[in-house]
Design a protein around this ligand. Structure first.
Ligand SMILES: [Zn+2]
Length: 93
C-alpha cells in the first residue's frame, strides 16, 4: 500500500490475524467496530519510513465488507450515516 500522506511505500510493521492472542492491543481498536459482525479479520499496523505516518488497516473478505455495509444501511440508516462521518471511515486513526 501507499502511504496516504506522502505516497511512499507504506510498510507492514505488525500483523494480528484472528487467531492471534499476543497482539490484542492491535485487534482491540478494530473489534470495537466489527465485533457485532465477526472476529475473523486481519489487522495490520503500517508505518511509512519517509514521513513516519503510522496507522492500523483491516483486511476482510470482500463479501463480508459488502455485507456489513448492506446490513448497516438497511437496518440502521441513521446510525450508519452518522457513524460513517464520525467513525466508520476512520478505522485507521
Ligand atoms: Zn508517508
Amino acid at each position: 500500500m501507499e502511504c496516504p500522506k506522502c505516497s511512499s511505500k507504506w510498510s507492514v510493521k505488525n500483523t494480528a490475524p484472528s487467531s492471534d492472542t499476543t497482539r490484542l492491543h492491535l485487534r482491540r481498536k478494530v473489534s470495537e467496530f466489527l465485533a457485532w459482525y465477526s472476529d475473523d479479520y486481519v489487522v495490520r499496523l503500517r508505518f511509512c519510513q519517509n514521513c513516519g505516518y503510522s496507522a492500523i488497516t483491516v483486511e476482510l473478505e470482500i463479501s463480508d465488507f459488502t455485507s456489513i455495509i448492506r446490513i448497516c444501511m438497511n437496518e440502521k440508516p441513521d446510525v450508519f450515516l452518522k457513524k460513517k462521518g464520525e467513525k466508520c471511515l476512520h478505522l485507521t486513526e
